[in-house]
Design a protein around this ligand. Structure first.
Ligand SMILES: NC(=O)c1ccc[n+]([C@@H]2O[C@H](COP(=O)([O-])OP(=O)(O)OC[C@H]3O[C@@H](n4cnc5c(N)ncnc54)[C@H](OP(=O)(O)O)[C@@H]3O)[C@@H](O)[C@H]2O)c1
Length: 237
């Protein structure tokens, strides 16, 4: 019987950083399952221009606030063998600890969804790997975006805990981007000015993110690690 190609599920994989990792996944020879909630146009346009990947790219639409495990159940029915999971979906917004409902929403998407997807992935797939996308900014002291920050800190700890719990079958690592792309609503000029604060004097690069991602995918002895791709921004206040 013909062996099915190995595939990687990327949440919010149809644009921006998620799609950058999707293309890196294809470049390593995997198939890719692009989860999205509302926006798939960018990835579908790219696929129309690159039809050689037609059989290697799958789309799943789902709101992760409702039974996130559904995305894995659907992935397991596709003509591929699920081997990797990237928890990339996120909601970046201000909000501090005076707003517990906002904190709950941040914990939902950045902690509970990756925790549930990770546990179900480990149960179903048994041997494979998980990469959680955190944020290098959480290593710097600060009180801005407190709820986002708390939730991503939990995600980093979740990564370490899952690495122990899911071994030896699954490796679990985290990738912590710095300022790679401007957040919705922030100007390009303000984003570029961030370079002055960064030790390497550069804002982020999608290519550097893809390099670090490929390292974590391929390295079979690396688990429980977080790699920051931020030009050293996490080292300074
Ligand atoms: N951009 C950066 O420079 C930067 C810096 C540091 C860390 N990061 C991290 O890198 C990752 C990707 O960043 P990004 O800027 O590319 O992300 P983004 O543009 O903020 O996109 C995140 C996507 O997550 C999806 N999402 C949110 N809640 C969801 C839910 N309940 N169900 C399903 N999908 C949901 C949304 O997809 P739909 O649009 O389909 O609804 C949203 O567009 C995130 O984890 C982020 O925290 C990014």
């Amino acid at each position: 019987m013909r062996k099915l190609p190995e595939a990687v599920l990327i949440t919010a994989g149809t644009k921006r950083l998620g799609f950058c990792m999707a293309k890196a996944t294809l470049s390593m020879g995997f198939s890719v399952i692009l989860h999205f909630r509302s926006s798939d146009r960018f990835a579908r346009d790219w696929l129309r221009r690159n039809p050689r990947f037609n059989r290697k790219v799958f789309f799943i639409r789902h709101d992760l606030s409702d039974s996130p495990e559904t995305v894995i159940t659907k992935s397991l029915k596709l003509p591929c063998t699920l081997t990797g999971l990237v928890n990339n979906a996120s909601s970046f917004s201000g909000g501090n600890l005076n707003d517990p409902e906002h904190l709950r929403r941040m914990l939902e998407i950045h902690l509970f969804v990756p925790a549930r997807l990770g546990a179900f992935f480990h149960k179903q797939v048994k041997s494979g790997w998980i990469i959680n996308i955190t944020d290098a900014a959480i290593a710097r002291p600060g009180t801005a975006c407190q709820n986002y920050r708390m939730s991503k800190l939990f995600l980093e700890e979740l990564t370490r805990q899952q690495a122990v719990l899911f071994a030896p079958g699954c490796r679990v690592n985290a990738l912590a981007p710095g300022a790679i792309l401007p957040a919705a609503g922030s100007s390009k000029a303000a984003f570029n000015a961030l370079a002055d604060k960064i030790p390497l004097r550069k804002t982020g690069s999608l290519a550097a993110l893809a390099d670090a991602y490929c390292f974590l995918v391929k390295n079979t002895r690396c688990t429980g690690q977080t790699i920051a791709v931020d030009g050293g921004w996490h080292l300074v206040a």
